[in-house]
Design a protein around this ligand. Structure first.
Ligand SMILES: [Zn+2]
Length: 269
């Protein structure tokens, strides 16, 4: 069998993960340096001098200037959690490594927790990913596609006319070497030039070069200050064009992922 370059990308193995994040202290240290790469700064006054309060469950800093107490986990997704950080880190690892998606039931089984706890962990991780995702815009070279999600599984009509199908824009930014950097998926009201212009204003940096298969509405990105490059399909579908390899990989993974995490998925949501 031919080796697939994408499937064989290096990742973090479970033993390597365990060696790096297997103890509570390792996780706490990782969290601290992620929050304050230059060392603790008081969120109240910006001062860097502090007393360490050691009696608390999580490392807590007291500002020497304004006396504000800041716990390591305050204001993070772990705020007021009863779970060990090692469990959270493992949950993040499992969710991020699972190419086929991970249900709350999978988390329950793999982390040995109750279903309601697993469900909450999953919700928090997804919410955090959504918030993080909303903070950045794509720039540079961007590939776009216009998939409809849903429909096929319910046995509905295929293609753009199907019921239970939601119009989506899928976009992926590529490095100068053509490697994928970030993806953005957004539902839009319809494939119109206006809808695409509104989407591009939110998710793209003006000046970026957008490559599409030439579906008319994608000219909307020009209205948002981006350039539009059309790859002429010449009767072939975008999925058969090498120029769209990465976006097709992402869409394939997304469909598999949704199938793994949800047995029935309400795409309107
Ligand atoms: Zn302070």
């Amino acid at each position: 069998m031919a080796m697939n370059r994408i499937q064989f990308q290096p990742g973090l193995s479970l033993p390597a993960f365990h060696a790096q994040f297997g103890t509570e202290k390792q996780c706490a240290d990782a969290l601290e340096s992620a929050r304050w790469p230059q060392g603790f700064r008081c969120p109240g006054c910006g001062n860097g001098d502090y007393y360490l309060l050691t009696a608390k469950k999580h490392k807590t800093f007291q500002c020497k200037c304004c006396r504000l107490q800041t716990s390591l986990i305050a204001g993070t997704l772990f705020q007021s959690t009863q779970l060990a950080l090692t469990i959270w880190f493992l949950a993040i690892y499992l969710v991020s490594q699972a190419k086929t998606g991970l249900s709350a039931l999978d988390l329950k089984r793999q982390l040995g927790m109750s279903y309601p706890t697993a469900w909450l962990v999953q919700q928090k991780l997804m919410q955090t990913m959504v918030e993080r995702d909303a903070q950045y815009k794509l720039c540079g070279n961007v590939q776009v596609d216009d998939p409809y999600l849903g429909g096929e599984l319910a046995g509905g009509k295929a293609g753009r006319g199907s019921e239970n199908k939601v119009p989506f824009v899928a976009a992926i930014s590529l490095s100068s070497e053509g490697r994928p950097l970030y993806i953005k998926m957004a539902p839009i009201p319809g494939f119109t030039r206006k809808a695409l212009a509104i989407w591009a204003n939110e998710d793209l940096t003006p000046g970026c070069v957008v490559t599409s298969d030439g579906l008319g509405c994608f000219a909307g990105v020009i209205d948002a200050g981006c350039q539009h490059k059309v790859i002429v399909a010449g009767g072939r579908k975008p999925k058969d064009l090498p120029e769209f390899n990465w976006i097709n990989t992402v869409l394939g993974n997304l469909k598999t992922s949704m199938g793994g995490a949800y047995h029935a998925f309400d795409f309107a949501k």
